[in-house]
Ligand binder design. Sequence first.
Ligand SMILES: [Ca+2]
Length: 254
Amino acid sequence: MLHVQTVMRRPLLPLAAAVTAFATVVAAADPSATAPTPAAALIAHWTLDEPDGDQARDAVGGHHGTVDGAKPHERGMVGRGRLFVRSEGNHVEVPYHADFDIPSFTVSAWIQLTKPPTYSGILGTRHGGEFTFDMKVNAAQVHGDIGTGSQWIRKVDFGADDVGANGQGGRLEVDRWYLVTYVVDDATKECRLHLDGDRKKTLPYTGTARLMQPGQRLRIGCSWGDEFMDGVIDDVKIWNGPLTEEQVRSLATP
Ligand SMILES: [Ca+2]
């Protein structure tokens, strides 16, 4: 009898091990367990917090900018900002870096207009050559352009009637802070334009966008040519991919 029990028990341990191994294989094959898309990484963050001097330090990527005339402004959105005066051509200039030569990106900045907008540049990479990216405030819209580096892809703007979920369209008022966030998503071929974290417009495109290319310079406070900002700009950030809706919303409550 003892002998029989021993014989019957012997297979139990290998069987248990086999069940465990099978469960492991099943778990590994679970389609919901596939690797997620890599999250967009913050590659530049100009806090514009410097109390003086002509350097605008990039807090994350070392892409430090040189300030041309824009004075420190004590009442920024997050700490200090910089005050840009259009008639004086104020801007911050950042040299080209390969980190910015990317097809998917998110550009975000806080702005407070000090005069009614004209071609009030927030950020642009067209300095030194055309067909990449700019973002600005016009009289009745927030406007931008994306390009391939060799030609324009399309205009990307939202107007007074693009009010999203909170009633605020692209006609911006003076003396009020706004967060402008442009997402260019190469995987979905969509531009998603946000104000204060609220999506205002989704624009499809074809081709491959390029944030910046060799030979160009990035400017804050100037979108192109003499398109200089009349306003305070603060907390300018660039990610190397598209932020999610939730991530963009969270930016609006710093
Ligand atoms: Ca700041």
